[in-house]
Ligand binder design. Structure first.
Ligand code: IVH
Length: 686
């Protein structure tokens, strides 16, 4: 193929993908793949400048303005930054060299380093401190007026603190946190509705909703990273100081940033962030380096609509394309049957992935994932890899049938052969074998031994597999009669590890009621509910004897959780296991429970903000909870009291706005001291 034809083909393909992505919010290709096409086109156009046309996708920044939103002309164009695709350290040093050469500088340059958020860029226009308009980037010159939608994003202030500037345009990224994204998708799955492909699409799609009420239901967030038009405000000398001042005004600014010196500083920042990427609460696709001095930024200026003073340094992609070789079905702790895609191994989000969850049958069908399909695999944060979507364009002629779980299994559990069932209104098929099913037994044991449950160190996958398959352990209670002789026969089990395991099992006997209840693995009873139950009932007998009405007295326990508890304790087998566990020495401190005893803060909701000097936030939280309070993350009309430590920010403002009581640290300490005297000691040590 000649160059002209290849260029035409690339343009056509990029335009189609970018239309799907930017205009329809329905990506057909992962970013990394798109970037590759784009770079190829760019390099061909650089090589053959006579073939460059003004309508090439490389000559514009984003998509078209949709009909539904009024256009907004940006006073200062919203440009993009050059991307350093070399994910190694040289990406950083190349940039530093370019900057130094352009400035003719001999000394080290100071840089502001930030995260590259993966969302949607917006321009927020504040006039005399009031938010008057929000616009998307659009093509960089003209965006869409999305003011109504942006106003529904809680972390974006509607007015700035202490800012009388005639005009201050704040630029930044609207994004969806991983937790919000996962929660949103879980809810959609329960309702058997379409899920979002990734948080970025969640943010972009939400901002482009024509009905702001729908946007308000999507949990969005925002981080500021720069400015647009500014009038009547004296700029500080550096970019980092701009962000500091924005933060002072109440704008969300990400704390994960640094001011560093020279190439070495950039490399260190890149490495540090790469190391904690998985634990960040949101997706990033790299970091951004900016020359910190605004004077030097002006001196450096722009080349072909990209600032010479900034660069994005990428991380390995968290989404990749690969092929589905097969679809397996796994049996979970409560019998849930989960389709899992067996993939052609692919390097994504820092590891090689060969299995990805398809969640359940409904979701597999909605996405129409079939054997032979090319799919987008996503692995972000510490969540398990999932199939985000199918690239229909690459579907082969001999692709498999639409997924049908029942037919696939012939109606029987693939592990124990029991009938599979799906209750009315439920998204999941389940194996009806209960603890007769070895797969469920294994998962139940792993859950029982988990760190947040009975915390039996060393009891992992491989061991549980052998213990169950060898018929040595049937129920969790059997763990407590294990001896050296039973363990000695197991594969890869030396005397030392056997002793360690027995010791860990012995140690786990001393526990708390909350952990014990959680460890039982009762459906719909997570860690928080187990704590609530333990606190309320105080004694296991009282929990076991409680009827539906009594259970519903516990905060956050509704009919579903109550039914799960009743069903669990109605099952004779479960009662036997609980009994055997106690006979074999599992114990905890019991108390009267606060179900009858009204604690001083029962029914009160607290919010903690700022830094406390005398204790950690976790400690303050558990001490307030022990007094019966609920500790929430954000301030609302339902909040009874906000505890404000040093440097309390927007939550304190919100409390004042809503007339909510505010305590300082001294008031909190005083209250805790007085009240803790009057109640039982702490019931759960976690
Ligand atoms: S600065 C003129 N800083 O990345 C410089 N951009 O091509 C303007 N982005 O779509 C951008 N995190 O939305 C900047 N810390 C950050 C960023 C960031 C994400 C996005 C931005 C734009 C793209 C840059």
């Amino acid at each position: 193929m000649d160059h002209a034809a290849r260029i035409a083909q690339l343009r056509e393909e990029i335009e189609r993908h970018s239309y799907n992505y930017y205009v329809l919010d329905a990506p057909t290709i992962p970013d990394a793949e798109y970037d590759k096409l784009f770079r190829e086109l760019e390099s061909l156009e650089t090589q053959y400048p006579e073939l460059l046309t003004p309508d090439s996708p490389t000559q514009r920044v984003g998509g078209k303005v949709l009909d539904g939103f009024a256009p907004v002309k940006h006073v200062v164009p919203m440009l993009s930054i050059r991307t350093e695709t070399d994910t190694e350290a040289s990406g950083a040093s190349n940039f530093d060299t370019r900057v130094k050469n352009a400035l003719g500088a001999a000394d080290e340059i100071e840089y502001a380093c930030e995260l590259k958020f993966d969302g949607l860029a917006v321009n927020l226009r504040y006039e005399r401190g009031m938010l008057v308009q929000a616009a998307t980037r659009g093509d960089g010159e003209t965006g869409e007026d999305v003011t109504q939608n942006v106003r529904t994003i809680h972390c974006i202030p509607l007015h700035l603190k202490d800012c009388a500037a005639e005009v201050l345009e704040v630029r930044g990224e609207v994004y969806m946190s991983r937790r919000d994204f996962n929660r949103y998708n879980e809810k959609q799955r329960e309702l058997e509705l379409q899920t979002l492909v990734n948080p970025r699409n969640g943010a972009a799609g939400s901002i482009r909703q024509l009905d702001p009420r729908l946007t308000a239901k999507r949990p969005l967030s925002f981080f500021s990273y720069g400015l647009g038009e500014v009038r009547g405000w004296t700029l500080p000398a550096t970019h980092s100081a701009v962000l500091d001042q924005l933060a002072q005004m109440g704008m969300p600014v990400c704390n994960e940033r640094a001011v560093v010196c020279g190439a070495q500083g950039l490399v260190e920042f890149h490495q540090r962030v790469a190391g904690k990427r998985d634990t960040l609460p949101f997706d990033i696709d790299g970091v951004v380096y900016k020359v910190n001095s605004l004077a030097l930024q002006r001196e450096l200026g722009f080349v072909s609509r990209e600032p010479r003073w900034a660069v994005a340094h990428k991380f390995p992609a968290e989404e990749q394309l690969t092929v589905v070789n097969d679809i397996d079905i796994q049996v979970g702790r409560t019998g849930k049957l989960t389709p899992v895609a067996k993939l052609e191994p692919v390097f994504v989000g820092g590891t090689t992935v060969s299995n990805a969850t398809l969640h359940n049958e409904g979701e597999t069908r909605r996405k129409d994932v079939r054997i032979g399909d090319t799919v987008i695999v996503r692995r972000a944060g510490d969540v398990i890899p999932e199939v985000a979507g199918v690239v229909l364009e690459r579907r082969p002629a001999n692709v498999g049938e639409p997924f049908d779980l029942y037919r696939r299994l012939g109606g029987h559990c693939p592990v124990c052969g029991s009938a599979i069932v799906r209750e009315e209104g439920e998204a999941d098929w389940r194996c009806s074998g209960g603890l007769f099913c070895p797969a469920q037994r294994k998962q139940a044991l792993l859950h029982f031994a988990g760190r947040r449950a009975m915390d039996i160190e060393g009891l992992g996958d491989k061991l549980v597999e052998q213990l169950v398959d060898g018929g040595i352990v049937h129920t969790p209670a059997d763990l407590y009669i294990l001896g050296m002789s039973a363990l000695a026969d197991l594969e890869r089990m030396g005397e030392k590890s056997a002793l360690n395991l027995l010791e860990a099992i012995e140690k786990s006997k001393r526990t708390t009621l909350a952990r014990f209840v959680y460890a039982l693995g009762i459906r719909n009873v997570g860690e928080a509910t187990a704590k609530d139950l333990a606190r309320h009932f105080g004694k296991l007998e009282r929990l076991m004897q409680a009827d539906e009405a009594a259970l519903k007295q516990v905060p956050d326990v509704g009919p579903i959780v109550a039914q799960s508890l009743l069903a669990f304790f109605a099952e004779p087998h479960n009662l036997e296991v609980v009994d055997a566990l106690r006979r074999r020495g599992v114990e905890w401190d019991e108390h009267e429970g606060d179900g009858d005893q009204v604690l001083p803060l029962t029914g009160k909701t607290f919010v903690l903000t700022g830094t406390l000097a005398s204790m950690s936030r976790d400690e303050a939280k558990s001490r307030l909870e022990a007094l019966g309070a609920k500790v929430a993350g954000s301030v609302s009309k339902k909040t009874d009291c906000v505890v404000a430590g040093a440097e309390a920010g927007s939550k304190l403002d919100k409390a004042r706005e809503l007339n909510v009581a505010v305590w300082d640290e001294a008031a909190l300490l005083e209250y805790l001291r007085e009240s803790e005297k009057t109640i039982d000691p702490q019931i759960d040590a976690d």
